[in-house]
Design a protein around this ligand. Structure first.
Ligand code: SF4
Length: 369
């Protein structure tokens, strides 16, 4: 029996679950599609304003359900206007961050709108260079709390700019990346459920190659995802080519050392036919020497992958300073000479605390002060 004290959150449902829910009220299953269209295409914020929804269903929903949209409480826009970071307050008062990034592909002139979502409140992995890691783990996000982050940006910007009462431009959202707060594979079931909605034509309708999961290296969950036939782009945050250094930077390496992680990457490639993205944030004097580059070349030998070198986003740590651009270019040249496909990326939105967890860190400090 559903309780009035704990309303059901519609955003937590996949299309199949929503159909079951609507059916449980004795309403036609087709009403679930009306609900989805109202939420994902027509920008409705209340059940009352949903056109095509039967009056009897509106009444039942008003009694027992809520949409579960997130509440934005802070926002920062980078000086170049290309990166926008929003802090959301969840129902229990916890806060998470999401980022919207605009970019233009030089070669084709196509515009990309990428939403970077959080999957947990805090993170248990505890990477030493990461503001989220230093906040510790609080809880997993529900599927609707993940979906709500994407929905916020599509409703606000995917409607020709002004939002309300216009139809959604379905092609606006081009990519979703799980690179915000949290380790997505440590919240496996809820992330999987959110992915189903991101992928569904009744939700955001993104192809699997438009969605990237970034993991600190949870090898068993990577392989579980691949064996379930869910073939998303996988990005592995490597940051070091030997266990001693990686154990310092990404402590989960002690559980899944490189001898386990790299074979898992090879198996992921074999199972999915997709190459792996290797994320490598460059920190001055820590992991940016030519020895480090040579170690990486040896480690990745024969793996179908592309390395993304990131000039690290300073997260208020004295120990980890970003490498210089000169050092980053030298590192990139060495990898390319060693046969490793390598891109160099400058971390986006450094002027707006766009490194994961940084805006939240400032918010916590602000609330305490
Ligand atoms: S970098 Fe990612 S996995 Fe590591 S602590 Fe931060 S959020 Fe967690």
């Amino acid at each position: 029996m559903l309780s009035k004290d704990a309303p059901v959150k519609i955003l937590d449902f996949t299309p199949v679950q929503l159909a079951e829910f609507v059916k449980s009220f004795g309403e036609p299953v087709s009403q679930a599609d009306v609900l989805l269209k109202s939420i994902y295409r027509e920008c409705a914020s209340t059940f009352e304003e949903m056109t095509g929804l039967r009056h009897s269903l509106k009444e039942k929903l008003a009694e027992q359900a809520v949409l579960g949209l997130p509440e934005p409480v802070d926002e920062k826009v980078s000086a170049d206007g290309q990166t926008r970071k929003v802090l959301f307050r969840l129902e229990d008062g916890k806060t998470i961050e999401s980022t919207l990034m605009f970019s233009k592909i030089t070669r084709t002139g196509r515009v990309r709108h990428t939403v970077c979502v959080s999957s947990q409140v805090g993170c248990a992995v505890g990477c030493n260079f990461c503001a989220t890691g230093r906040q510790g783990f609080d809880r997993n996000l529900e599927p609707g709390e993940i979906i709500g982050q994407v929905l916020y940006f599509t409703r606000r910007f995917g409607f020709g700019g002004s939002g309300e009462s216009q139809k959604s431009d379905r092609s606006w959202l081009t990519n979703v990346v799980f690179m915000g707060m949290g380790e997505p594979l440590a919240n496996y079931d809820n992330v999987r459920q959110a992915l189903a909605m991101i992928n569904s034509p009744k939700g955001f309708g993104l192809g699997l190659h438009q969605v990237t999961l970034s993991t600190s290296g949870l090898a068993p969950q990577m392989l579980q995802l691949a064996s379930e036939g869910l073939q998303f782009q996988m990005a592995v945050s490597l940051h070091a080519a030997n266990d001693e250094l990686r154990g310092r930077l990404v402590p989960v390496n002690r559980k899944y050392p490189l001898g386990v992680l790299i074979p898992a990457c090879r198996e992921y490639v074999a199972k999915t036919g997709l190459k792996i993205f290797i994320e490598y944030a460059l920190f001055s004097g820590i992991n940016d020497s030519m020895n480090d580059a040579d170690g990486l070349i040896r480690l990745l030998n024969g793996l179908s992958c592309s390395v993304n070198l990131i000039v690290g986003n300073p997260a208020g740590s004295n120990e980890f300073n970003p490498s210089s651009m000169d050092a980053a270019h030298e590192f990139q040249k060495r990898l390319i000479a060693g046969g490793v496909r390598t891109m160099l990326r400058v971390s986006r939105g450094a002027d707006i605390d766009a490194g994961c967890g940084q805006l939240k860190s400032r918010w916590i400090k602000f609330e305490k002060d």
